[in-house]
Write a protein that binds this ligand. Structure first.
Ligand code: PAF
Length: 290
């Protein structure tokens, strides 16, 4: 099946209203392109769960923290389209910059709470820009369900929060992180790593998974995290932005593993900043007598 490329809001709205007149549910998979197996797994989940699937491709300049990161971000629209066609998604919506940010654009969606800390402390304005563009994409597509990856776990919380708080009638479905054979979470930025950097980078998931196991085995969170931070430095990471235990459901900081949690980390290798997170099973509740 061929995927139709749509570049304007008008054409997108016409297409979606035609679908609506035929019935069925509409999904959106927001992306910035440079698609890999992680993105394609979201598209496949969307195709399995709904009737009409829109993949969006927009490299949102406002969510980048450095001009360098933006200019070196991979742009591979033709390859992206070819990959999407293999899945059978119906539309690739690739709006241009002027349509997304017309002259005079002056609105920001700012999500409090879950945007704070973690990447929010290291990437000023990043989540405001993500929240604003995702809100626009949700309103432009009018989709019933959005599919997002757990790899960007804080982003997932930000998107859930904004949809709920702004009464956007969309369900946000989280899909598991897809990993390469060396354990690395798939990411468009991984292509920037040299072979040597990649070896160092692959310690991030290894250390996260091993630390999660130790935490679920009863090691005290403060101790487990200090040890993991030391291991990351020894492995060759130039810097560790954070390594934190947060609750799975609210993303609140945890100093006790008393509920389902996530261990989230961000670390830099060479000039590349990587993020990852893993689930941490809570400690079994002690039986109370009497
Ligand atoms: O995760 C991404 O690729 C982006 O942050 C998103 C959600 C497409 C918004 O630009």
């Amino acid at each position: 099946m061929t995927t139709t490329i749509i570049r304007t809001i008008e054409e997108l709205r016409k297409t979606v209203s035609r679908w609506r007149s035929m019935g069925g549910r509409v999904a959106v998979v927001p992306t910035m392109g440079a698609l890999h197996e992680g993105h394609l797994s979201l598209v496949r989940a969307a195709l399995a769960g709904t009737d009409w699937v829109i993949v969006t491709l927009f490299v949102n300049p406002r969510q980048f923290n450095s001009a360098d990161d933006l200019t070196t971000y991979p742009r591979t629209e033709n390859e992206d389209l070819a990959k999407i066609e293999t899945t059978g998604a119906h539309v690739l919506y690739a709006p241009n910059l002027e349509d997304m940010y017309p002259p005079g654009f002056a609105t920001t969606v700012q999500v409090g709470g879950v945007s704070q800390g973690l990447c929010g402390s290291h990437r000023e304005g990043h989540f405001d820009a993500v929240a604003t563009i995702v809100t626009k994409l949700f309103l432009q597509t009018g989709a019933d369900i959005a599919y997002l990856g757990e790899k960007d776990f804080q982003q997932l919380h930000v998107v859930r929060r904004l949809a709920h708080d702004l009464d956007i009638p969309i369900e946000v479905v989280a899909c598991p992180t897809i990993r390469d054979a060396d354990g690395m979470a798939m990411s468009s930025r991984n292509t920037r790593l040299s072979a040597e950097e990649r070896k160092i980078a692959s310690h991030l998931p290894t250390i996260l998974f091993e630390t999660a196991k130790k935490l679920s085995g009863g090691l005290e969170p403060r101790e487990a995290i200090a040890e993991a931070q030391q291991r990351l430095r020894t492995a060759g990471f130039a810097g560790v932005d954070y390594l934190e235990l947060r609750s799975e459901a609210e993303l609140s900081s945890l100093d006790q593993l008393d509920r389902p949690a996530r261990l989230l980390g961000a670390a830099t290798v060479g000039g590349t900043r990587l993020i990852d997170n893993v689930a941490v099973k809570p400690l079994p509740k002690l039986a109370t007598s009497g």
